[in-house]
Design a protein around this ligand. Structure first.
Ligand code: TMP
Length: 210
């Protein structure tokens, strides 16, 4: 049995990740790759509903607590994630632990460091590929609907962008998110295909932050 690939899209708010995740899933399925799209936070669980209340500013939570909720919201999907990957399903994730670390570290709260945030997620698998949709916070702010959620503020998004930049390693591909939807999609397909093939050929799944 060959395993599925874990493909993660990351980036600032309103950078077009969700559109690109959907297009990628459609493309992979059309080429016969068993694929599912997931989003984090998963707002449908009870933990996800608390996160949603926080993001939409209906609830106020301590920064350390909300960080734990984001982590728990991933851990509650861990068994199913590992089962699907092992069964050969490729997962395309709209955000993952990299957002968890970048957004919390960007707050600059004493003690909520990148190292601390990373340490809470070592039970989760690492992405085979992180597609970083990079765009300036000023450009995303000009997009429709910006500002509706808690973190959609240009100064904060600049810090998030810096945090993402410091997390990049050889598993990351950086794509200019300001181009056209179809151009970006072509670039995404070009970086994703070899990763799906490597997973299919038996490349081992990594652990986060190893
Ligand atoms: P989204 O559903 O539009 O992607 O937005 C979710 C928001 O939550 C976005 O501002 C990023 C933030 N976030 C965190 O702060 N920590 C996390 O672990 C995740 C997954 C998202």
């Amino acid at each position: 049995m060959t395993r599925g690939a874990l493909i993660v899209f990351e980036g600032g708010d309103r950078c077009g990740k969700t559109t690109q995740c959907s297009k990628l899933v459609e493309y992979l399925q059309s080429t016969g790759v068993d694929t599912q799209m997931w989003r984090f936070p998963n707002r449908s669980t009870s933990i996800g509903q608390s996160i949603n209340a926080y993001l939409s500013e209906q609830a106020h939570l301590d920064d350390a607590v909300v960080h734990m909720l984001f982590v728990a919201n991933r851990l509650e999907q861990r068994t199913e994630m590992l089962r699907l990957l092992a069964a050969g399903t490729t997962l395309v994730l709209d955000r993952y632990s990299y957002s968890g670390v970048a957004y919390t570290a960007a707050k600059g709260v004493p003690g909520l460091t990148m190292e601390y945030c990373k340490s809470l997620e070592v039970l989760l698998p690492a992405a085979d590929l992180v597609v970083h949709m990079a765009m300036t916070p000023e450009a995303t702010a000009a997009r429709g609907g910006y500002g509706q959620e808690r973190y959609e503020k240009v100064e904060f998004q600049k810090k998030v962008m810096e945090a993402f930049e410091s997390l990049r390693d050889e598993r990351w591909a950086v794509i200019d998110a300001s181009g056209s939807i179809d151009d970006i999609h072509k670039q995404v397909v070009a970086v994703v295909q070899p990763v799906v093939e490597r997973a299919r050929a038996g490349a081992p799944l990594g652990k986060l932050w190893d």
